[in-house]
Ligand binder design. Structure first.
Ligand code: ADP
Ligand code: MG
Length: 294
């Protein structure tokens, strides 16, 4: 039987919008040593705004955006949703894509208007079209603001353009991380599929113990497993690409309000409201429930 204090803890957590899937994760939450945070959609707001569209080939700006957004219509990734919103705001008609393949945490490929289109991170697109990263990352130095997210678009195997997006930290992120340390989290890490430059700029001044960038879903799992050697690990994420790492952690936490369904399924804890700061009452309630139960 589950001790009454744990049942009360589960119900109290739910009142804060923290869905804990049972007594085991609630108990495990009381002992977390290392917290690993995903970047896009978890530590950042996850509603990126497009700041510029940079065509490289002979295609006009609107055409680069239209092809990319059409392809990304079926994706739940925050970057994809930003593309579609911008295309709609510009009144662009988006045809239905064919032959879609989504590569979790990397990008999407498929056909739009009988053209082969590829949208995703600079490294991913470069690898797929056989270009070098420096070619696809050309506009970075000149056009990227601090922390800007860079998305590359290829059409029929050639680089067609870049989209630059701003994705700021969640409000109060710095204060939240300090508070979590006071609650006993000894080690704070960032794990992202995005580029190292973006990750470093976005997290500057947060006092993290480490930033791991360019990670595939499998590499996020390996990070969790290697950190578990030092004590219990909590991993927080929102994407399809985070799901395996959430499952590998002692406590996986999904950003449930706008995150991917796969991440909520893989997680032990789901934040039903879109506030990362719900981690605080979550940890507090877990510690108290344990104190009473013992
Ligand atoms: P994080 O791990 O920080 O949440 P992701 O791994 O989800 O970040 O995404 C990293 C990068 O991959 C994004 O910044 C974007 O460039 C690219 N990307 C991933 N999925 C898509 C998509 N559906 N459409 C366009 N770009 C994508
Ligand atoms: Mg994410």
């Amino acid at each position: 039987a589950v001790p009454v204090a744990l049942v009360a803890g589960l119900s109290r957590a739910a009142q804060f919008g923290v869905l804990v899937k049972g007594a085991r994760p609630l108990e495990a939450m009381a002992h977390i040593r290392t917290l690993i945070l995903d970047k896009t959609g978890t530590l950042t707001d996850g509603r990126p705004q497009i700041t510029s569209v940079l065509p490289h080939a002979d295609l006009p700006e609107a055409e680069v955006l239209r092809l990319a957004a059409a392809l990304d219509q079926g994706s739940k990734h925050p970057v994809a949703q930003a593309l579609v919103a911008e295309a709609q705001a510009r009144g662009l008609h988006l045809p239905v894509p064919a032959g879609l393949t989504e590569h979790a945490g990397e990008g999407v490929s498929g056909r739009v208007d009988d053209r082969q289109v590829l949208v995703g991170g600079a490294d991913f697109v470069a690898a797929r079209i056989g270009a070098t990263v420096s070619e696809t990352a050309l506009p970075m130095a000149a056009d990227l603001d601090a922390g800007a997210v860079l998305v590359a678009v290829a059409v029929d195997g050639r680089l067609a353009g870049h989209l630059v997006m701003a994705d700021p930290l969640r409000e109060g992120a710095a204060g939240l991380l300090q508070a979590l340390r006071r609650q006993g989290i000894a080690r704070l890490l960032l794990a992202t599929g995005d580029r190292a430059e973006v990750a470093r700029r976005v997290t500057a001044g947060l006092g993290l113990d480490g930033v791991r960038a360019g990670l595939s879903p499998d590499q996020k799992v390996l990070l969790v497993l290697s950190e578990r050697k030092n004590g219990p690990v909590m991993m927080v994420g929102d994407g399809v690409n985070d799901a395996p790492a959430l499952a590998a952690a002692d406590v996986g936490v999904a950003m449930g309000a706008r995150g991917a369904a796969a991440s909520a399924e893989a997680a032990d804890v789901v934040l039903l409201v879109d506030h990362l700061d719900r981690l605080r009452p979550g940890l507090e309630i877990a510690r108290r429930a344990r104190g009473i139960a013992i």
